[in-house]
Design a protein around this ligand. Structure first.
Ligand code: ZN
Length: 545
């Protein structure tokens, strides 16, 4: 009987080894602007790391951000806190400060002191505006011996993914080409990160330039040509993109750093930095699970310049496929196969370049100049219509405005009348489909399309009072070329979600799930219970187990 028991236990162990080991490291890898369909669309050119992740993971193929303002700060905050902007307070890349009547950078904090470089022109940042803990914060709260780090080229991505109590968040300084940090994370800047320079690590890539490496016979048909007049940015609209053909907007002392930002090599550098961090900070080395967030950002810049279905984005993913192959091999050896969880997701999707596939020439691209002129007319008309002596618009963004409530003080006009007048002006613009204001987002249910996403995004003191929905496939931005994101349409909200590594089942799920589900699901995989509440839920427990 004893022998039988041993055999039985041994076979149980063999069948189900994952249940016995608890992960030593969890990594959220977010690829900025990786729209939900791209992994499938580009699969003909993927055979390495992305292919491996796609074919050996628990994949949720219907994953969306559930907020209206689909940009980097908001998306990452929803991923890392498991909550919607209404609760985490990051309502946009810039958030409205109703007390000060002004917009400020989502992670602004003028009290911090930079570490890692003497001088930088970057903005001073910290997580102080985030009203909820990050997944790393909760992991450290449940076990103070756990460590939490975040890295990204973008400061907002790193700071937001790291949260309040990260051991350290690192981001990229284009001038020094180094990863820097600041005094929010206390202590001294680590020696190993000093003088870790992108200009040196990526020396070969910078010298050789960015060449198209996808085998010609595997190019998907939707990316018919390399060159299109609607592609733009810092490069020519065709390969190769070299340091010499690169046209930086900024001063020459950032030229190398900006070349990295705008090519796949920025993200290659970041993955190299992440490996160095894992080694030097001993992540995944003991039984206290550690957290690491990696935010790849070059993907977003390349997407903005060339659009999601360009040869450039295709080549980016082809290169990322190789970079991640290398990164996974590193994790397998440094942490151990099945000893880590890697979550692949994104902060938002993107709109296809409207002018592509547009034989009717009806693509809607609104310049910032036109938008400003239109708003000015709405402001002047409203002033006249309500008989006001003050201009009735206080602040504007590309997805909303703040009324100047002072303009009705001492008149017999109430704020609802003012808001309705401005909304009807916005609704009359051909590129605006719908408006949502603070009254309806606070007090009432609505049957308007996309109301739920606007409701989730609306924060009492950090949102503009009037937000609007542009017409589908339209862009309101500064650029006359390229693409953008920021709407609640599916092309902007859909993102990949794949759990790779130490996970119970490797299957494909079609349930509709949200970015806010990632953190509660990760905590579930780690058996961490918490009193913090989430908008999302543990989708593995709910749908898979
Ligand atoms: Zn972007």
């Amino acid at each position: 009987v004893k022998k039988l028991l041993v055999i039985l236990l041994a076979s149980l162990w063999a069948c189900n080894p994952k249940q016995e080991k608890s992960p030593k490291l969890v990594i959220i890898l977010s690829v900025d602007q990786m729209r939900g369909d791209l992994l499938t669309e580009f699969s003909p050119v993927l055979s390495k790391g992305l292919h491996k992740i796609q074919n050996n993971s628990l994949q949720f193929s219907n994953t969306f951000h559930n907020h209206s303002c689909t940009n980097t700060a908001v998306g990452h905050a929803s991923i890392s806190t498991g909550c919607n902007p209404k609760k985490h307070g990051i309502t946009g890349n810039s958030i409205y400060n109703r007390a000060a009547l002004s917009l400020e950078y989502a992670v602004a904090d003028s009290t911090t002191v930079f570490q890692g470089v003497e001088n930088t022109t970057l903005r001073k940042v910290s997580p102080k505006n985030i009203e909820r803990p990050s997944y790393g914060d909760i992991i450290r709260e449940s076990n103070p011996q756990s460590k939490s780090f975040s890295v990204s080229l973008k400061d907002r991505t790193s700071v937001i993914m790291g949260g309040h109590h990260a051991n350290r968040s690192f981001w990229f300084d284009a001038e020094s080409t180094q990863m820097i940090s600041n005094s929010h994370y206390g202590g001294n800047f680590p020696d190993w990160a000093e003088n870790y320079k992108g200009s040196q690590i990526m020396e070969k890539e910078i010298e050789e330039g960015w060449h198209f490496e996808v085998p010609k016979d595997r190019i998907p048909s939707f990316t018919a040509t390399d060159s299109s007049i609607y592609e733009s940015g810092r490069f020519r609209d065709y390969f190769p993109h070299t340091f010499d053909t690169y046209n930086p907007s900024s001063t020459s002392n950032k030229r190398v750093g900006n070349f990295l930002w705008n090519t796949p090599f920025g993200d290659k550098f970041l993955l190299e930095f992440a490996k160095t961090l894992i080694e030097n900070e001993d992540l995944g080395k003991d039984d206290h699970v550690d957290a690491l967030s990696i935010g790849l950002s070059s993907s977003d810049y390349i997407g903005h310049h060339f659009g999601p279905k360009s040869w450039e984005v295709l080549d980016y993913f082809h290169k990322l496929d190789h970079y991640l192959n290398d990164f996974i091999a590193f994790l397998d050896s440094a942490v151990g196969k099945e000893s880590y969880i890697l979550v692949l997701t994104s902060d938002h999707g993107a709109c296809d370049i409207p002018e592509r596939n547009d034989p009717e020439n009806v693509a809607v691209r609104v310049s910032s100049q036109q938008y400003r002129t239109d708003l000015k007319n709405i402001g002047m008309n409203t002033m006249q219509e309500l008989g006001l002596s003050d201009y009735p618009i206080d602040t504007m963004k590309y997805n909303g405005i703040e009324p100047n409530f002072e303009s009705i003080r001492g008149t017999n006009i109430d704020s609802l009348t003012l808001v309705n007048a401005l909304c009807s002006g916005l609704n009359s613009l051909y590129y605006i489909d719908e408006t949502f204001n603070g009254f309806e987002l606070k007090n009432r249910k609505s049957d308007k399309d996309y109301y739920g996403q606007y409701y989730n995004n609306f924060h009492q003191t950090k949102s503009l009072f009037i937000e609007f929905l542009n017409v589908p496939n339209s862009l309101i931005n500064k650029s006359k070329n390229g693409s953008n994101h920021g709407s609640p349409y599916e092309y902007d909200t859909s993102v990949p979600l794949l759990f790779y590594g130490a996970i119970p089942k490797k299957i494909k799920m079609r349930n509709e799930v949200y970015s806010t589900d990632i953190t509660p699901t990760l905590l579930g995989l780690l058996n961490i219970t918490t009193s913090h509440e989430f908008d999302g839920e543990d989708i593995i427990k709910k749908y898979v187990k």
